[in-house]
Write a protein that binds this ligand. Sequence first.
Ligand code: ADP
Ligand code: MG
Length: 143
Amino acid sequence: MPTDGFDEWRTESPEATRRVAATWACGLGPGSVVRLHGDLGAGKTTWVQGMAEGLGAVDTVTSPTFALLHEYDCGAFRLYHWDLYRLEPETDWSALDLAEQLPGEGVTVVEWPERYPGPWPEGVRDVWLEPGGQAEERIIRAR
Ligand code: ADP
Ligand code: MG
């Protein structure tokens, strides 16, 4: 979690997290890259669902269970959703087109960005999610 220079929200349901993400995503456009930080179950994928809503995604282009990359068609551009959770440290990055796709012509959002050594484009955005005190509470920071 960052200590200064960020926006912060507390949400009390997955729906609330999606609403915050949908509004936040309106500030993004083609070429935007977003890294999502947080443990399993923190709400990263829930946040992406909200982003997709906010960006006007009309449908999921691909979502096979074990895919690293999901694509949503947002009309004028696509939302590229990478989930790097299953990648091993010794992953052959040259075999993945993530590097060539950054920043890319659409909006890119990456779960488990720590698994990718970079480089990340200048201006990359970050979102942190962590549990709050109550069961469905989440503290979310973004910059
Ligand atoms: P991650 O991608 O970080 O592993 P997910 O978004 O897949 O996390 O899962 C988060 C889980 O927590 C979902 O089951 C969701 O319904 C639940 N949840 C409960 N409260 C919240 C909240 N305030 N924000 C986001 N998710 C929440
Ligand atoms: Mg996830």
